[in-house]
Design a protein. Sequence first.
Lengths: 308, 308
Amino acid sequence: MAKKNYSCDVLIIGTGVTGLATAMYSARFNLKTIVVGDLEGGTITQTDEVSNYPGFKNLTGTELANKIKEHAMEYDITILGEFIDRISKEGEVFKAESSTSIFEAKTVILTTGTKAKELGVPGEKELMGRGVHTCALCDAPFYKNKILGVVGGSDSAAKEALLLSRHAEKVYIIYRGESIRPEPVNGKKIKESKNIKIINNTNIVKIVGEGKLDHVVLDKPYNGSKEFKLDGVFIEIGHIPLSDLAKQLKVNLNEKGEVKVNRNSETNILGFFAAGDVIDTEFKQAITGVAEGVTASYFAYQYIQNKS
Amino acid sequence: MAKKNYSCDVLIIGTGVTGLATAMYSARFNLKTIVVGDLEGGTITQTDEVSNYPGFKNLTGTELANKIKEHAMEYDITILGEFIDRISKEGEVFKAESSTSIFEAKTVILTTGTKAKELGVPGEKELMGRGVHTCALCDAPFYKNKILGVVGGSDSAAKEALLLSRHAEKVYIIYRGESIRPEPVNGKKIKESKNIKIINNTNIVKIVGEGKLDHVVLDKPYNGSKEFKLDGVFIEIGHIPLSDLAKQLKVNLNEKGEVKVNRNSETNILGFFAAGDVIDTEFKQAITGVAEGVTASYFAYQYIQNKS
């Protein structure tokens, strides 16, 4: 069957909150806008409680995504549930393909985000957002005076533990290796902390709970038992930026595989922008991704204006 | 009377949406946070309709400011209605003063915004947000197929007219000088546009309407009359960044007087951050200001962590 053909001013790849908000702004510039992705709402829909998107005290990730989608749909945009796996630039036109469609676009804004690395243990998927988390910055305030675990040994994991320790009663860092490897300043702080304890050489092999986390199972006993009670466990073993399409276009990536952009959300490829978790920022939040996308749509508009 | 003394981790100067959202995030990092300014809600409260803050289809500027304020007040922050007119850095501590208080802070985040330049004619203040506007990007979509005026001759005014012309039936650029001075690319587009008309050597001397704009009065007749019917008029004669406090600290400013920051919202002065309309961005929106402030709060947290 022949593929369906689309053409547009702005092709936004990624239907998370960043992509949807970007589409809204692009349409406000009267640009013909298509937003396409395989996970509508994006990874935030995996978060049970969002309390850090300014303006909304508290809502679920799905609720926030729906609000931004409904907002975008006030404008003349096309949202498609497809996975784009190929992209090229022919002259000044971008050509992207999914298994069913071909898109021609004057500009592309990549908002594909990241994928959190998983432990791959039983119970992890089922209890995600219900005691199992991947973002201390998002979810720490829900655990005032609680007992938490952080899985990982990187500086990120250490920083997450420090942040959690400002809220929680006790934080256990559970690390598979000999000793965690934070930046010295963070290592020092962990050492000085009264409520962070490191458990090295230990893996979580199972996560257990009915509807919410009850305990984790370790591969070796801690305090005499492999069963370890936790109110929350934060998996901080890294994220994978979904930047394959950028790679196909020879867009500059950093050592983590994140798309390098400037303050205008521009990459090294003219007309190709990126925003949200996929870019080379240290601090990745829904609100920052949305703003980066909005900025990208403005500079996409400028780019199209200056060419025509 | 002795001034009242405060000390905090983060002093946010400016109580607009950027400052309030920044306070919310700072408090989420468990930083002792004070936000102080003389215009609660900021300039967005002068906008009747906001339809471009992703997540809220349509609300007034005051409603948006209130939502973000209520959100911030879920956390342990202090909001003060005072005007800080003096700041210094003594060692590693910032010291700021209003007429009634003295603040000591480990970090400062400047979110004082800008002031739109005014024509200074009768009716302008009264009809602001009711036919008189200062932001085409914000308010263009409300004027589909309407007759609009843009006051100004800069490239910004030209770009605003081009944007408005994508929505409106007709756009008149009203300029006091001999001829407007847009960038060539924009000048060309205006020349080619079918619905933009330039009226040079002309000033608006009065803005008239009951509750909403009815017409403006020109200082010389156009088409035989000084009374000129418009559905909306956009005053685009520039903005003044409120960066005096930054200047006192010898923070680097650009030629417009805007605070120069990097992608981390950091300035050249350690511990001093800036966000929102006061910084050196081309594209200034509520959503981008809020995100810049949120980013500033994160790097303020890092800065404090690394010092302690």
